[in-house]
Ligand binder design. Structure first.
Ligand SMILES: Nc1nc2c(c(=O)[nH]1)N[C@@H](CNc1ccc(C(=O)N[C@@H](CCC(=O)N[C@@H](CCC(=O)N[C@@H](CCC(=O)O)C(=O)O)C(=O)O)C(=O)O)cc1)CN2
Ligand code: MET
Ligand SMILES: [Zn+2]
Length: 769
């Protein structure tokens, strides 16, 4: 009997950090000179080999290469093409590993490249700097060496490479330059062509070129760039076949033009945009490959195999099977490595999950759909599991649904006018002009993390761990009093992470033990899993805030993470609309806010650090998202008295698209990130007459560097040019958890000193008037 050959299979990339975060530990040891460069390279090579073996073990047609990075794939690509800012004074033809780390992390003479959000994910990339002068070049080893390693091990490598249009679109002009990075495309392309030629010479058949920019609203210039780039690349020199990949959203209106590009195949994210795959199947030019990104690489639920089967069959009715590929929606770098290590997850929940390694098997299984031995029983079992999710106790909690449907419509979302609240808050808080505060966390030292790890493993009793944390909190309050800060925080020592901690206190969330996902460099998070209806069995933060407040007469800010940020940094359930999950969390936080207020907390902060990042890539989807985000914030905050001061915090610098929402949130005080942009961000607050109080950051906490009093004073003066003193707060850019104590104390000392002299100045002026 004829057994049909399986469909071709591949993935967009694999997590590189390692199932046990081997890369994180090796990097951090290398940076503190505890291991040699050879040892670091050895770890990297072992990880690559293991990850290829996992792909081969699952039976995939290709192993994906060039998805490994010591820090970031955008920086890697920049270095491959010699995009090294002149300000570093480095050679751009021989970028050593240490040079590479200088670009990523900065050194004593040079600030690092800017770190910013990668599309709509919690991954951060380093922003390449382009000038008129930069001479592009080709340093191909980073790509060629792993290809050789893979071939030697008997694999069939398919490298992935960030495409030229996405690379330049994500770049910024170097300091002092006004250049539009995309204008340098013609000079960059020959190096891409040369690279393709060298890759071909290694015996590579297919390369995946990623242009995720296709899921954004494109300018005419970007469209032109795409056309000319792929015309050039397809017609210049020998090269492997090109699979052009898009992901993170719909291609929609860009799809027609994309399908005319002269490449051999297209990869489409069928999870973000199922409609794109149908359109692509219909209009796919003859003889081209269509790769269906059907396994979700941004979420952790098992694939609905029967639904995927229907999609694949639909494509197969139009496209010959030898031209259909099965893959993940995008790189698996956004999901944890493997479920094998999870020993404490509820058995039911475990059945519903697939991490990167399990997703390899899903891709493989779906590729055998048309084979005679296509394992029908697994499709049937899968349907049972998907059904069991819907009916599980906890997926639907009557009281939660009741509350959302009856209580929510009755909530008055609008607080009293800001001026009234401000007056009442001033009477209550009696803060000086230019009040000083911090964003919440104080250093999460290795001592604290180790104590928590020990507690988790049973090596510390609950009482011992509590008293350890109380001691740390007490010391933190003492430090702040000594420094002379005006509004204090408890320090967040009890929190592993600002999202995971709340997930642990709420029903409907599950947390993993080893579900690490890279956020940037060696830093990772364990996104919690929202699987059921969310509610709060008991207060989460109350005891800590009360304890901290009992130690001081200064006000201690209550510290919460806002709904949108919790949603954005968790894996969200997909069986009910996002807005319902959002409302459930917002109500739980409302209870927490009111409990804090009832116990005497006068200032409460809800961090919305992910509000900008969650903004949909396409304009036509943004309004609904912003409305939902704003609504959830107001649900949580609108119940308090006029005299209770609500703060929010957002640590990024792109506010254009969300500014009206910032106004609508109506927080009494917002703290933002303004050090690196030297208060330029305040322009928009001034232009749009932002009515409430603002704390622009005056200390860039992403670097261990201690800012001088003069530098901070300068920033305060700049801020005063935009915002009247009566509405200005003084604080760092973000929380201090990644900092060490010595630089924290030194920097805050300078911050308070600079504030005191600014105050003195202001009162002099006041008198002389
Ligand atoms: N979710 C989230 N996303 C965010 C941020 C954020 O704070 N949270 N901030 C922005 C920047 N991104 C960041 C992401 C991670 C970290 C970070 O510091 N991560 C830590 C882990 C934090 C954590 O969960 N720690 C746990 C587990 C710590 C741990 O690894 N413990 C070791 C031992 C500790 C040691 O020896 O140091 C063990 O268990 O074996 C804890 O404190 O309990 C890290 O990678 O090192 C910082 C910023 C944007 N996105
Ligand atoms: C990434 S925003 C961080 C806010 C949090 N309250 C902290 O200070 O760490
Ligand atoms: Zn922040």
């Amino acid at each position: 009997m004829a057994v049909m050959k399986s469909l071709t299979t591949h993935i967009g990339g694999y997590p590189r950090i390692g199932a046990q975060r081997e890369l994180k530990w090796a990097l951090e040891k290398y940076w503190s000179s505890k291991i040699t460069r050879d040892e670091l390279e050895q770890t990297a090579s072992e990880l690559r080999q293991r990850h290829w073996q996992e792909q081969q073990g699952a039976g995939l047609s290709f192993v994906t290469t060039n998805d490994f990075s010591f820090y970031d794939q955008v920086l890697d690509t920049a270095c491959v093409f010699g995009i090294v800012p002149e300000r570093f004074g480095l050679s751009n033809t021989a970028v050593s590993l240490d040079d590479y780390f200088s670009l990523a992390r900065g050194n004593k003479d040079h600030a690092a490249l800017a770190l910013t959000k990668w599309f709509n994910t919690n991954y951060h990339y380093l922003v390449p700097e382009i000038s008129e002068k930069i001479d592009f070049t080709l340093n191909p080893d980073h790509i060629l060496i792993p290809i050789r390693e893979a071939i030697e091990l008997g694999h069939n490598p398919k490298p992935v490479l960030i495409g030229p249009v996405t690379l330049l679109s994500l770049s910024r002009p170097a300091r002092g330059s006004q250049i539009n990075p995309l204008s340098r495309l013609p000079e960059l392309l020959p190096h891409y062509a040369k690279l393709l030629q060298e890759i071909k010479a290694e015996g590579v058949e297919w390369i995946q070129i990623d242009e995720p920019i296709l899921s954004c609203d494109l300018s005419p210039e970007q469209h032109k760039a795409l056309a000319s780039a792929y015309d050039y690349l397809s017609n210049t020199g020998t090269r492997p076949n090109i699979l052009l990949a898009s992901y993170y959203g719909k291609i929609a209106n860009n799809l027609n033009r994309t399908l005319t590009l002269p490449v051999e195949g297209f990869h489409i994210d069928a999870v973000s945009a199922p409609e794109d795959i149908c359109t692509a199947a219909r209009y796919l030019p003859e003889g081209k490959v269509l790769s269906i990104g059907i396994v979700d690489a941004q979420n952790i639920w098992i694939n609905d195999l029967n639904q995927s089967r229907a999609t694949i069959e639909q494509v197969a009715s139009r496209v010959p099977k030898e031209l259909i590929w099965i893959g993940t929606s995008c790189s698996l770098q956004h999901v944890p490595h493997q479920l094998d290590s999870e020993n404490h997850l509820d058995a039911n929940i475990l059945n519903w999950l697939a991490f990167a390694k399990e997703k390899l098997n899903e891709v493989s299984l779906l590729s055998r759909l048309f084979n005679d031995d296509h394992e029908e029983s697994r499709f049937a079992h899968n349907a049972t599991l998907i059904e069991s999710r819907k009916t599980a106790a906890g997926s639907y909690v009557d009281s939660v649904r009741q509350r959302v449907s009856t209580e929510l419509p009755k909530i008055t979302l609008k607080r009293t006018a800001f001026e009234t609240r401000q007056k009442s808050q001033r009477e209550q808080l009696k803060l000086p002009l230019l009040p000083t505060t911090t964003i919440g966390s104080f250093p999460q030292t290795s001592e604290i993390r180790q104590a928590r790890a020990k507690f988790r493993k049973g090596g510390l009793s609950h009482a011992q761990y509590q008293s350890f944390l109380q001691q740390k909190t007490k010391e933190c309050i003492e430090h702040q009093e000594k420094l002379g800060l005006d509004v204090l925080v408890h320090g967040e020592f009890e929190r592993n992470d600002m999202v995971e901690y709340f997930a642990e206190g709420l029903e409907g969330f599950a947390v993993t033990e080893f579900g690490w996902v890279q956020s940037y460099g060696s830093r990772c998070t364990k996104p919690p899993i929202i699987w059921g209806d969310v509610h709060r069995p008991k207060a989460i933060t109350l005891d800590w805030i009360r304890y901290a407040q009992s130690l001081t007469n200064k006000p201690v800010k209550g510290m919460l993470t806002g709904t949108t940020t919790i949603l954005q940094w968790s894996f969200i359930r997909t069986d009910i609309p996002r807005i319902e999950v959002s409302q459930q969390i917002a109500l739980a936080l409302r209870d927490e806010v009111l409990d804090l207020e009832a116990s005497g907390t006068k200032i409460i902060q809800l961090d919305e650090a992910a509000l900008r990042e969650g903004l949909p890539l396409r304009k036509d989807e943004q309004a609904a998202y912003l409305e939902e985000s704003c609504h959830s914030f107001l649900i949580s905050t609108s119940g308090v008295e006029d005299s209770t001061q609500i703060h929010t915090h957002m640590c990024y610098s792109q506010f254009d698209a969300i500014f009206d929402t910032i106004i609508d949130l109506d927080a009494d005080v917002i703290s933002i990130e303004t050090t690196r942009n030297r208060m330029a961000l305040l322009d928009v607050f001034q232009q749009k007459n932002y009515p409430n109080e603002i704390g622009p950051g005056v200390w860039d906490i992403h670097s261990p560097r201690v800012p001088s009093v003069e530098e901070i004073s300068d920033l305060i003066q700049r801020a005063l040019q935009h915002i009247p003193a009566e509405r200005l707060w003084i604080n760092p850019d973000c929380g201090l958890k990644t900092r060490a104590w010595p630089e924290t104390i030194a920097s805050l000392k300078h911050l308070v000193q600079a504030t005191l002299s600014a105050r003195a100045n202001l009162s002099e002026k006041f008198v002389s008037h």
